[in-house]
Design a protein around this ligand. Structure first.
Ligand code: UT7
Length: 332
């Protein structure tokens, strides 16, 4: 059986560290509230106002190409997950490909918010299993701070900027994506939405004055749904794979809130040691959060060939899903 394996992985974070104490100078909050309610202490910010999300993914894609010895002309497909594209068009994928001299590949963006990396992996696995493509770059490019309102204390502490990339190739030894469950339900769309920037509310002075270009989130509602849907997807994957806790070495979920991560872990009855979590210093980087956390864990020597991972994500849409992945030979 052919599976889609992650054979290269990298991430990139911009230099500027935005601490909770600095956020407390902008809105009525404090380090203690943010730390206890979210688990976040600091996040990174791409300070250059004119640099788009692509600038966060380009270094990660470049690193993956170099580490795996992949020539740009060998890349057949590049899929970019982003909730903060450089422009409405062209796609951020095309901008990234151009910067790295990847020509003639099928390049496109996926907009499924914080579930974006799992959506990309699902698409890549379809191309790999069907034999359509054999070398696929999937990446996440997220300048989340571009849609954050630093006057809104209910959202401004949550998000950070970051990018990540992976090379996906066919494997015949049982490594890679083994079980996947990916879903969406648009009924939740108004609870996590950016109203202006697309075609429904054309950018205008009125729209910007009303803050419609910023993220709008019903935090409590999103929190509850994130827990409900991630745990249900995890259950589906465990059932389909006939898995128990003993079959799982690591759990890595979307990094939105430490309390959400804890809830999913408790649902799996897993000990804290099995959880990959970097939210403290990175915050919520939307679709980039899972690959950044995985790459950091790999660099720390945590991920070894043969390790079995449970991934889960939830985001605007609503979109959500879970995957069971066996870690193989991955250049980091
Ligand atoms: O990645 C996409 C998916 N997104 C998520 O998964 C995020 C899901 N939601 C959350 O993580 C949490 O709901 C938040 C972190 C956004 C909020 O935490 P919460 O425990 O749900 O707090 P809350 O919204 O119920 O607010 C509790 C209180 C409120 O005050 P009152 O009304 O009780 O007087 C808020 O005004 O905390 C207040 N509050 C704050 N206080 C200090 C809200 N934000 C802050 C803040 N500092 N930054």
């Amino acid at each position: 059986m052919i599976t889609a394996a992650i054979t290269g992985l990298s991430h990139y974070l911009p230099d500027y560290v935005l601490t909770n104490d600095e956020i407390a100078t902008m809105v009525d909050t404090n380090d203690e509230w943010i730390t206890t309610r979210t688990g976040i202490k600091s996040r990174r910010v791409l300070k250059d106002e004119h640099a788009g999300s692509s600038q966060l993914a380009i270094p990660a894609v470049r690193d993956v190409l170099e580490k795996t010895g992949t020539a740009p002309e060998k890349v057949e497909c590049l899929i970019c997950a982003t909730s903060s594209p450089d422009y409405t068009w062209p796609s951020t994928a095309c901008i990234i490909a151009d910067a790295l001299n990847i020509r003639n590949a099928m390049c496109y963006d996926i907009l499924s918010a914080c579930t974006g990396f799992l959506y990309c992996l699902q698409q890549a696995q379809a191309f790999i299993k069907s034999g359509i493509y054999k070398k696929i770059i999937i990446c996440s490019a997220e300048k989340c701070t571009s849609f954050v309102n630093y006057k809104d204390r209910t959202t401004c502490a949550l998000f950070g900027d970051g990018g990540a990339a992976a090379l996906i190739e066919p494997n015949e030894e049982g490594y890679g994506v083994l079980v996947s469950k990916i879903h969406s339900d648009g009924a939740g769309n108004e609870h996590l939405i950016r109203l202006c920037g697309g075609s429904a509310n054309i950018p205008s002075h009125e729209a910007v004055d009303a803050g419609m270009h910023f993220i709008h989130q019903d935090g409590k509602f999103v929190f509850k749904n994130a827990v409900t849907f991630m745990t249900s997807a995890v259950t589906e994957v465990m059932e389909e794979g006939n898995l128990t806790l003993d079959d799982i070495d690591w759990i890595c979920t979307h990094q939105a809130n430490k309390r959400i991560i804890d809830a999913v872990r408790q649902h799996c009855k897993a000990p804290e040691e099995k959880v990959i979590c970097n939210i403290e210093n990175v915050g919520n980087t939307s679709s980039a959060s899972i690959p950044i956390a995985l790459h950091e864990a790999a660099l720390e020597g945590k991920l070894k060939k043969g390790d079995r991972l449970l991934l889960a994500a939830f985001g605007s849409g609503f979109t959500w899903g879970a995957m069971y992945v066996k870690w193989g030979d991955c250049k980091i």
